[in-house]
Structure formats: structure tokens, C-alpha cells
Design a protein around this ligand. Structure first.
Ligand code: FES
Ligand code: FES
Length: 199
């Protein structure tokens, strides 16, 4: 159906409804995913990425699609606590695992400390990269806590990694921000790191 100029200019074009595949469709298989503590039973083609499963089949649109090829980090989610680019992995590979998206980290009334810090320290502008930045930072802080080295950590055997601003930049380098809100992003992550260290 052709759209009016007004609809186009306002971006008011109805989303194409994807018809849910049926079990009778030979190209789909049952896939069960545990996301943010809830089980979702789906019928998916095995080639469906985890990102598309989240956004197009489950309606969790907090996870963003940027490059769709592993270069920007906008699609970062947590799988069993580790950060993963959801555009680069198939949904069917993650049955039985705990998947956490930005929607599962906190609520508007009870923000995750990193969500609160991003607001307090202006860690975003348009916000498109923000869900991926925050999911990535959650896992990154855990990596630091368990002593994982980065490319610039001076000693591989260090058990106590000091999270300098350079370390934050290096460890978050897989998450691109097109707005260039990097100063605020680093400030936000440093604030939560210092908060956790003080506990
Ligand atoms: S959308 Fe996955 S890395 Fe860019
Ligand atoms: S805040 Fe706009 S892309 Fe990062």
C-alpha cells in the first residue's frame, strides 16, 4: 500500500507484521529461550539470530541493531553473565542458558546502578548505543573483579586489576557510540566501579 508524504515525513509507517511461523512450516523448529527469567517458546528458522529473535519475535526492542555484523556492540546482551553480540549468534544455540537484556537489568523504579550512573553522568545522547553499552559494562566490571586481563593490562598474572580510564576505554572498545558520548560513558562506569570497590 502506498504511503502518503505526510506518513513518510513523520516516519509514521506501520511496521510490517511478521506472520508467526507455524509448527507445520518445515523450515522452523521449536526453540525455547529463557530471557530475563521468563521462558519463551518459539517456532524459529535455525538461521534466526538471537538479536532478531529478541526484537522481531519476542518484542524486546531494548536491544538495538546497529551494524548487524559484530562491529558496533549495539546488540550486546548477557548470556550466563557474559557479554555477547546477539547479532552474531543464532537463537537456537542458547536454549537452556540465561539471557539477560537491558529490560532485565532494572526497572524505571529500580534502576541498575549502571543505568542510574548513565543518567547521572550524561552517558548518552541519542541513547541508541546505550543498552549495549550498559550490558557490556555490567559484564566488563565482573571480568575486572575476577582479574581478567585486557590487551593493555601491564601484568597478565595480576589478580587485582586497577580499572583506569584507559582500561575502561580498551575494555569497552567493542561498543561504538555514534554520538561520541564517550566521556560520560567512562565517567558512568568509573563511578559504579568506585562504588563497588568501596563496598
Ligand atoms: S548490531 Fe551487533 S555488533 Fe553491531
Ligand atoms: S548515545 Fe547516540 S550512539 Fe551512543
Amino acid at each position: 500500500m502506498p504511503y502518503s508524504i505526510d506518513q513518510i515525513l513523520r516516519g509514521n509507517i506501520p511496521r510490517v507484521e511478521r506472520l508467526p511461523p507455524t509448527a507445520a512450516d518445515p523450515s522452523v523448529v521449536p526453540v525455547s529461550l529463557r530471557i530475563n527469567g521468563h521462558t519463551h517458546d518459539l517456532q524459529l528458522e535455525p538461521r534466526v539470530s538471537l538479536l532478531d529473535a529478541l526484537r522481531e519475535f519476542i518484542g524486546l526492542t531494548g536491544t538495538k541493531k546497529g551494524c548487524n555484523q559484530g562491529a558496533c556492540g549495539a546488540c550486546t546482551v548477557l548470556i550466563n553473565g557474559e557479554r555477547v553480540n546477539s547479532c552474531l549468534t543464532f537463537a537456537i544455540m542458547h536454549q537452556g542458558q540465561d539471557i539477560t537484556t537491558i529490560e532485565g537489568l532494572g526497572t524505571p523504579d529500580d534502576l541498575h546502578p549502571l543505568q542510574a550512573a548513565f543518567i547521572e553522568h550524561d552517558g548518552y545522547q541519542c541513547g541508541y548505543c546505550t543498552p549495549g553499552q550498559i550490558c557490556s559494562a555490567v559484564a566488563m566490571l565482573k571480568e575486572v573483579e575476577q582479574g581478567d586481563a585486557s590487551l593493555i593490562t601491564p601484568s597478565l598474572g595480576a589478580t587485582n586489576v586497577e580499572l583506569t580510564d584507559e582500561e575502561i576505554r580498551e575494555r569497552m572498545s567493542g561498543n561504538v557510540c555514534r554520538c561520541g558520548a564517550y566521556l560520560g560513558i567512562v565517567d558512568s562506569i568509573r563511578a559504579v566501579y568506585e562504588q563497588q570497590k568501596g563496598q
